[in-house]
Ligand binder design. Sequence first.
Ligand code: 4AD
Length: 461
Amino acid sequence: MQELRIKELLLRGKPGTDVLVKGWIRTRRDSREFSFLEINDGSCLMNLQVIVSQEMPGFSQVLKLTTGSSLEVRGKLVQSPGKGQAVELHAESVVVHGIANPDFPLQKKKHSFEFLRQIAHLRPRTNTLGAVARLRSSLSFAVHSFFQERGFFYVQTPIITTSDCEGAGEMFHVTTLDLKNIPRNESGDLDYTQDFFGKPASLTVSGQLEGEAMAMALGRIYTFGPTFRAENSNTPRHLAEFWMIEPEAAFFTLQNDMDLAEEFVRYLCTYVLEKNSDDLSFFNERIDKDLIARLEGIASSPFQRITYTDAMKILEEKNSSFEFPVKWGSDIQSEHERYLSETVFRKPVIVYDYPKEIKAFYMRLNEDGRTVRAMDVLVPGIGELIGGSEREERYDVLLGRIKELGLNSENYWWYLDLRKYGSAPHAGFGLGFERLLLLVTGMSNIRDVILFPRFPGNAEF
Ligand code: 4AD
């Protein structure tokens, strides 16, 4: 007897064959002679219909099965007379592994996403979160395929770090000091020499700086790892722990960087349209009716590119309707990002050449002395999906920028070293994996596209 996952079975199961299936009950419905079980095993969105006759030995056990219970069923596949699926399983024996208590919260009714967040340990068993989890897996594979096919090497950058990549001070501290009894030095400051690393350490906000060191050796690299930001942003687009993909390439210009970013996003959309059509259809039907059309649009047509200065001209005309009116030098906020990508261009937009004042220290200064070679990819429904830049490869200019921004150059000694020993032009970007998940699912809250979200006030589970 062959054991099959439900996905396999629905695709290739032959009527007349004997199979073994293991999973969890979504629903049970009884008639006089039969019990009808809908079983899901997580391999796909679809359930398998199992029909148990009252003549089967142990039938009384089946009548005790509650929603959420786990079991294995041996039986014969039979062509299904009903619509929707090709085969059903006529049970010959049932083994019950675990009965779910009757208070199992995921009974067959609609639950709000807010409620489901409170039971994050159980919500992967819902259709929506199960589909999210499968898409995360599929897209992770696609990320690796994309870069491996193009000669980029996957490198692992540290999680614990002593450098603040974005220079924004939004780091979670890592310490083994006794917080009830903090050691102080002579001047009364915290004495980090007694801490585990002998100096202040944090969780990384980005693997970019170490990624640059690797790009100066391997030429083209990418990272894909967890990233931590202690920004107190209670928004549907921010997490305190998220996953980021950061390619970095030696001898790349900003132009090359934008080309790579665009190709990457279009590849990922094409990939899920091809490989995850069932889960995407589910999101299209239940969450966002325009989802598939939008993804097809992104996959098939070039992105708009516009300088920050030109974007500002467009935005300024609309200032009266913004919560935060803009002028040259202002940050582009979520409402502006969405106006550009959703209303003006109706497709992804790459804004580039930003004022240096609103961007990080490592971005390459343009000849005008006012702007840096930065780019952001803005997508409909979300806003910023990618942030990247060409890096400042000139030692003196980089040191000047670090000082200008009041950062401590000693902390960046090794990063500056890269500019002393065979410095080369290079560029890279970071794509927030959960923002990508928002794009491909049409879900509206980032806390629902990562299974165990971390955000201010929440690190449960
Ligand atoms: O624009 P960011 O801050 O860029 C960097 O970290 C660069 N070091 C990347 C690089 O050039 N190698 O972040 C990059 C992306 C954003 O565009 C966004 O998609 C995502 O990371 N992101 C977040 N996603 C979820 N929650 C947060 N708090 C995020 N902050 C940034």
